[in-house]
Design a binder for this molecule. Structure first.
Ligand SMILES: Cc1cc2nc3c(=O)[nH]c(=O)nc-3n(C[C@H](O)[C@H](O)[C@H](O)COP(=O)(O)O)c2cc1C
Length: 329
């Protein structure tokens, strides 16, 4: 189902909906996962949850990521999702650091309760069979309790077929750097493939991480929000050793426009879609010259026409700035 050395788009709540997943797939992401979905929400057939599960055939192989703390409910939710939308795999979230999830014993909290983690993994693998189950973890709760090797061994014994490891602790949140030494340790200790995750920001980073840790694939999150081309750039670098050039500003603006039009179609409401897209548009400006000024402009766009005006004026400004200076003598 997965290609050799797959590149995964990291699940990101509020970001990796069907529209963005397809954008990444078209630019080389091999495997996609929904953002995390509450097992309880699925059992209550809640409308918002249904929305999270929408995907198109072209997104396969696609996994639905579930979170929760009750083995029976998670197993029932996995079975319901499989019967309902037929994903290619179920992914279990053992890495969410958000308090709302952790205080109900979900996500990262399970890294501190390994018997419960094992019961969840076992129950979901049994309920999902023959659909494969994967998991995503952090390296531990805090720097004093890094237990990723122990956790992945338990998950492997429960029949989890692939494990993504984000090289941060719960305590770190998104601060500091991902610890790739622990990811390498986990990959060396495990029979099933380990997918390395954390701070891959370029094709160069990907080559470095692949050579240092014996991982079976890589997972990329935030860098894809700024440039979904990162997947095809990494694939080219892996195949040829050549580091590709970055997309042009025209390409970026075209993508920003296309992303907005697809969101409008998906959400069926231009104002609502454009409002939801503001933070996403700002993420695309990372690394662009004049980004703070641009972000200020994008924070106010309310329609596709307004975005087109911003793009046209920015590209015109680029042209002026790139003209060779004329010297009068
Ligand atoms: C906005 C946002 C939402 C996220 N939501 C999820 C989620 O729903 N499930 C999950 O397992 N991880 C989630 N993550 C964590 C990412 O999947 C990933 O592990 C993390 O961003 C590190 O990878 P990166 O350095 O490539 O971004 C989220 C991260 C961000 C920034």
């Amino acid at each position: 189902m997965f290609p050799d050395f797959p590149l995964f788009l990291a699940p990101m709540a509020g970001v990796t909906n069907t529209v963005f997943r397809r954008i990444c797939k078209a630019r080389g992401a091999d495997v996609l996962t929904t953002e995390f979905v509450s097992a309880e929400g699925i059992l209550h057939r809640n409308a918002r949850t249904k929305h999270y599960l929408e995907f198109l055939e072209e997104e396969r192989p696609l996994g639905v990521q579930l979170f929760g703390a009750d083995p029976k409910h998670l197993a029932e939710a996995a079975r319901a999702v499989i019967d309902w939308v037929e994903p290619d795999f179920i992914d279990l979230n053992f890495g969410c650091p958000v308090n709302k999830v952790v205080c109900r014993n979900g996500g990262c909290a399970l890294l501190r309760d390994l018997p419960l983690l094992a019961r969840i993994a076992h129950a979901v693998v049994t309920a999902a069979r023959p659909v494969p189950v994967t998991a995503k973890i952090r390296i531990g709760w805090d720097h004093r309790s890094i237990n990723a090797v122990q956790v992945v061994k338990i998950l492997e014994q429960c029949g989890i077929g692939r494990i993504a490891v984000h090289g941060r602790t719960k305590e770190q949140g998104y601060s500091g750097r991902a610890n790739w030494s622990v990811i390498a340790e986990v990959a060396a200790a495990l029979g099933v493939p380990v997918i390395g995750n954390g701070d891959i920001g370029s094709a160069q980073d990907a080559l470095k991480r692949k050579s240092e840790a014996n991982v079976g694939g890589l997972m990329i999150g935030r860098a894809a929000m700024a440039s979904p081309w990162i997947f095809s750039e990494i694939r080219t670098a892996l195949l040829t050793g050549i580091l590709p050039t970055a997309p042009t500003r025209e390409q970026k603006w075209r993508l920003m426009r296309d992303h907005c039009s697809q969101e409008i179609i998906w959400r069926r409401d231009e104002r609502f879609a454009m409002k939801a897209m503001r933070s996403r548009l700002m993420a695309y400006t990372r690394g662009m010259p004049g980004a703070p000024r641009l972000r200020h402009r994008l924070a106010q766009v309310g329609s596709l026409a307004e975005l087109e005006d911003v793009a046209a004026s920015e590209l015109a400004l680029d042209e002026i700035c790139l003209q060779p200076a004329t010297i009068n003598n």
